[in-house]
Design a binder for this molecule. Structure first.
Ligand SMILES: *Cc1c(COP(=O)(O)O)cnc(C)c1O
Length: 416
């Protein structure tokens, strides 16, 4: 019996769900901006004997014997991360983007210190100071937001920074369609003597592909996930260059600060993903992500659907449904019914609760991985517009969704 059959016969309940999930990913149009599909080799590289290895510490400074090959793998991953982002320091051990941020806070701050980040409702992340998160509980969090156009007002950022004197300023987002002005954040951080963290979780793939500015020269520290536009396995990384004095404390902030043993099998997979990200194919992929997002925006504007800030300069599109009869929540559900997967999102001047919202967040990394180009991206935007604007036939839209997904199968050539 091969391994797949062994798993199937030993644990049919789990096996069944894994197969159904794979089919779901293939059959639906995935516009979740934070998701992607790893290549079969990145997937394969995450399933290896290193899952059995404890390697607490860092290469050549471990707390366990037998780390020779783990060391090589981690050193290769570090070198590649540095090459990809022009950094001089890389920590590839964070289990996730949140763990990366936790480690950075731990390295630079004392509990009770003031931090400043973009508010969650305006497109920031939980770990940028949300009250329910460690970042809002253990630290005094102040936030900035976006103006009525959906853009950051740097004068407001400066004003809040001057008034509250944060020790750490965070720039980065989970929902924002513009290009951040890293230089302005640097200047403001210098004016108040704060550290500047650029959280590039969403755009690290675009940065690696050269279609979004790299903050490595401006920020003291960069954090990222590896599984969003960067298209690697689930995980996080920390990068730095400007400030070599911080390198040691960043390492210490992660281990032993917030993590124990690293997931060495995932680090192997991160290394393979970084190698993929250095290819010409990957650069073209990132350019296409941007083209697809901009093609979708053009359709929404033509159909009279409001787009937050009226455009996009990255992989994200935020629809403001205030002028339609739908809430964000209702729209998310209607789209799911026809096989288009999105998430509800707050909009500037949001009047509804975060559980209902008046917006929808879309992102193009996943559809672009499956080979969708501008024409079909436009077609998808028309289908979304149909759902938003008029009486439509559910089955007809469903079958159009299937036409698109079937003509662009995802390369899910995984064992399971
Ligand atoms: C996704 C994201 C994170 C956290 O990533 P997880 O891996 O889900 O913990 C951190 N910051 C930003 C801006 C993100 O979008």
């Amino acid at each position: 019996m091969n391994r797949v059959d062994q798993l199937k016969s030993f644990d049919p309940e789990i096996f069944d769900n894994l197969l159904k999930e794979r089919d779901r990913q293939d059959a639906q149009i995935n516009l979740i901006a934070s998701e992607n599909y790893v290549s079969p080799i990145v997937h394969l590289a995450s399933m290896n004997a290193l899952t059995n290895k404890y390697a607490e510490g860092y290469p050549r400074k471990r707390y366990y014997a037998g780390c020779q090959f783990a060391d090589h793998v981690e050193e290769i991953a570090i070198d590649r991360a540095n090459q990809l982002f022009s950094s001089e320091y890389a920590n590839v051990q964070p289990h996730s983007g949140s763990q990366a941020n936790h480690a950075i806070f731990n390295a630079l701050l004392q509990s009770g210190d003031t931090i400043m980040g973009m508010s969650l409702n305006h497109g920031g992340h939980l770990t940028h100071g949300a009250t329910v998160n460690f970042s809002g509980k253990d630290y005094k969090a102040v936030t900035y937001g976006v103006n009525e156009k959906g853009l950051i007002d740097y004068d407001q950022v400066r004003e809040i920074a001057k008034k509250t004197q944060p020790k750490l300023i965070i720039a980065g987002f989970s929902a924002y369609c513009g290009i951040l002005d890293w230089k302005k954040f640097r200047t403001i951080a210098d004016e108040v003597g704060a550290y500047f963290l650029a959280d590039i979780a969403h755009v690290s793939g675009l940065i690696a592909g050269g279609v979004y500015p790299n903050p490595i020269e401006e920020a003291d520290i960069l954090s990222s996930t590896t599984h969003k536009s960067l298209r690697g396995p689930r995980g996080g990384i920390i990068l730095a260059k400007r400030n070599p004095d911080l390198f040691k404390s960043l390492n210490f902030g992660l281990f032993p600060g917030v993590q124990g043993g690293p997931m060495m099998h995932i680090i192997a997979s991160k290394a393979v993903a970084f190698k993929e990200a250095m290819t010409e194919d990957f650069r073209q992929y990132q350019q296409q992500i941007l083209k697809n997002a901009q093609a979708m925006v053009a359709v929404f504007l033509e159909r009279g659907i409001q787009v937050v800030s009226g455009q996009t300069q990255n992989h994200l599109v935020l629809l403001d449904l205030t002028n339609t009869e739908h809430t964000g929540k209702a729209m998310q559900e209607k789209l799911e019914e026809v096989g288009i997967i999105t998430n509800k999102n707050t909009v500037p001047n949001e009047q509804r609760s975060p559980f209902v919202t008046s917006g929808i967040r879309l992102g193009t990394p996943a559809i672009t991985t499956r080979g969708i180009l501008e024409n079909e991206a436009k077609e998808i935007a028309h289908l979304i517009s149909d759902v938003a604007l008029k009486a439509y036939d559910v089955n007809q839209i469903k079958s159009k969704v299937l036409d698109i997904t079937q003509s662009h199968p995802v390369d899910l050539n995984y064992l399971v």
